[in-house]
Design a protein around this ligand. Structure first.
Ligand SMILES: CCCCCCCC(=O)SCCNC(=O)CCNC(=O)[C@H](O)C(C)(C)COP(=O)(O)OP(=O)(O)OC[C@H]1O[C@@H](n2cnc3c(N)ncnc32)[C@H](O)[C@@H]1OP(=O)(O)O
Length: 187
């Protein structure tokens, strides 16, 4: 079964920022404690990102043993998290705005073995007011069953741009415990 996702007719395709760094430029992690990209999150995915062509970013995920669902394969929720991170990164690279996920859906086309390296290409399709429509696909580019021609999963998601006040509400709960205020201005 494939996605029933459709794009609205009034979609606006954004212009790239004038100082967009161009294909191959590394994208810094947006928050060190992020489960998707943070270095300061030991159990996290530790994804890396670079800018791709146009409104696309390219993410890389090493499928570690701790990401296991069924025996030998990635957990579906981990894969959705990787897509979520990649599509959020595409939004922030294209729009220079903070976003949160509003709606998300994923098609799982092939099982993905532990030890794989996944390449996730994620892009902004366009915007309608604060809504950002995104899509992404994943391929195994190294490790068991690698075949860069085959899309093993794909994803569509609606993100919503938010101001930094959105994250102010979470400051005291960073790390899941009430504690000293933390600077989340880099999100
Ligand atoms: C670089 C960054 C990478 C980050 C990657 C990881 C991202 C995440 O996982 S974020 C965590 C998960 N997401 C969340 O916690 C979000 C929780 N939800 C919220 O905070 C709010 O519902 C929020 C901000 C999405 C929208 O609330 P609010 O700011 O009041 O806006 P609101 O007016 O309701 O909605 C704005 C528009 O989005 C639409 N919208 C909002 N939610 C949805 C939804 N679930 N489905 C479809 N449309 C939606 C609304 O219909 C509205 O559209 P329109 O312009 O046509 O009227």
């Amino acid at each position: 079964m494939s996605s029933t996702w459709t794009l609205p007719d009034d979609l606006v395709v954004p212009e790239l920022p004038a100082d967009h760094p161009g294909p191959g430029a590394p994208i810094p992690q947006h928050w060190g404690r992020c489960f998707g990209c943070g270095d300061d999150q030991p159990s996290g995915l530790k994804m890396d990102f670079v800018i791709g062509e146009g409104l696309e970013v390219i993410g890389r995920l090493e499928v570690a043993n701790r990401f296991q669902g069924g025996p030998g394969f990635i957990h579906g929720g981990i894969l959705m998290t990787a897509f979520d991170e990649a599509q959020g990164m595409a939004c922030s690279a294209a729009l220079r705005a903070a976003v949160v996920t509003g709606h998300f859906e994923t098609d799982f086309a092939r099982p993905i073995p532990l030890g794989s390296v996944l390449e996730i290409r994620a892009r902004v399709e366009g915007t309608v007011r604060r809504k950002v429509y995104t899509s992404a696909d994943a391929r195994i580019v190294d490790g068991p069953l690698a075949d860069p021609e085959v899309v093993v999963a794909s994803s569509s998601g609606l993100f919503v741009t938010v101001g930094h006040e959105h994250f102010e509400k979470g400051r005291r709960f960073a790390d899941g415990l009430p504690g000293p205020d933390r600077d989340v201005s880099a999100f």
